[in-house]
Design a protein around this ligand. Structure first.
Ligand SMILES: NC(=O)c1ccc[n+]([C@@H]2O[C@H](COP(=O)([O-])OP(=O)(O)OC[C@H]3O[C@@H](n4cnc5c(N)ncnc54)[C@H](OP(=O)(O)O)[C@@H]3O)[C@@H](O)[C@H]2O)c1
Length: 320
């Protein structure tokens, strides 16, 4: 089968299309014939080599989510899975392939009405948004700021907070055109990346969901209302300064909180149940899969060029 490897960390030219043996499902595993493969922000971070200290090595196959049909199961897995349309998490790699291997606990059956392309746009991002709002103890009537709202996680956070009755949903984004698109999805205020640009926006927020991280974290801690909670779910701009926690301590009397959130800490059954609910919500039009482009698997490097250029709104999907 065909697969995309990162032969060399760095720019997307280090990605190559290769022929590799098709996988065999081992115990607890199944094989999914991919119809759609999500290109996540973290794939580009891994490709750049930024995470090589975390065990990622050259030669890896990137990607973490596919949707398609189960073609094979391990000998201890219920054979009824074969033929079902599913969304599957493949781990921190292994998805840019024609046939993907996944653990049975990382697979969710798709509603008939949901396309594979929409499933990989929402499958990972929407649960992150859902649980991040939950982790931040968001309740209806509270104000929310989504930092880095133009990616799949940010878009889902905007839609979920808006539908759940947030008093305001402010977003940071790099252009007015993106801001318009985010307004159509439920944003009430559009800020630039620095958090400025809308004089009518709230001065402080009960909840900040941050996909960006990086040097801007301390300045956004200052935007938390008394008892406000900031949850970092991604770090597309890198790590915050090591002393960022001083901002919390200096505003001691505001009782602010800072947290990280990773889906890895949510029990599998809870995560899969919420994912299935969110997929069902998408078929009812409550949540929108914003697909930037659909490209062939062989164009994975082009997808990453677009990611690096910052032109992607939502998610690029690859099809084998
Ligand atoms: N917590 C979890 O369980 C979990 C699960 C999956 C992924 N993740 C993490 O989520 C992140 C990817 O999320 P995503 O795919 O939604 O994001 P993304 O599409 O890669 O980026 C989101 C937005 O951030 C803005 N941005 C990019 N670089 C920036 C910079 N240097 N400074 C300020 N803004 C910048 C861009 O919008 P504008 O140009 O409009 O500003 C971009 O569209 C990764 O860090 C990944 O590791 C976390």
């Amino acid at each position: 089968m065909q697969a995309v490897r990162i032969a060399r960390f760095g720019d997307p030219s280090g990605m190559t299309l290769v022929d590799v043996p098709a996988p065999e499902a081992g115990p607890g595993q199944l094989v999914v014939a991919a119809e759609a493969i999500g290109v996540g922000g973290v794939d580009a971070v891994i490709r750049r080599g930024t995470l090589s200290g975390y065990g990622f090595t050259e030669g890896l196959v990137p990607g973490s989510e596919v949707a398609g049909t189960v073609t094979q199961v391990g000998n201890d897995v219920d054979p009824a899975w074969v033929g079902r349309r599913v969304w599957a998490f493949t781990g921190t790699g292994g998805a840019y392939v024609e046939q993907a291997l996944a653990r049975v606990g990382d697979v969710v059956e798709l509603p008939e009405e949901l396309s594979a392309v929409d499933a990989v746009t929402l499958g990972s991002a929407a649960p992150v948004a859902h649980f991040a709002l939950d982790h931040a103890r968001f309740t209806p009537g509270q104000s929310v700021l989504v930092r880095g709202a133009a990616g799949s996680i940010g878009i889902a956070t905007v839609e979920l907070a808006s539908r759940a009755g947030a008093s305001a949903v402010a977003v940071t984004t790099s252009s007015p055109a993106r801001g318009q698109r985010l307004r159509a999805l439920g944003a009430t205020h559009v800020l630039d990346r620095g958090g400025d640009g809308d004089g009518t926006a709230p001065e402080s927020y009960d909840v900040i969901v941050d996909v960006v991280g990086g040097a801007g974290v301390p300045a956004f801690i200052d935007r938390l209302a008394p008892n406000g909670r900031m949850v970092v779910v991604g770090a597309v701009a890198g790590m915050p300064p090591e002393d960022f926690g001083m901002r919390l301590l200096r505003s001691f009397q505001q009782s602010r909180s800072f947290a990280t959130f990773s889906l890895d800490t949510v029990p599998t059954a809870t995560r899969d149940g919420v994912r299935a609910e969110l997929f069902a919500g998408a078929t009812r039009g409550e949540l929108h899969a914003v697909v930037h482009d659909v490209l062939p698997l062989s164009a994975a490097a082009e997808a990453h060029r677009q990611m690096d250029a910052g032109t992607v709104f939502g998610r690029i999907v690859l099809v084998p």
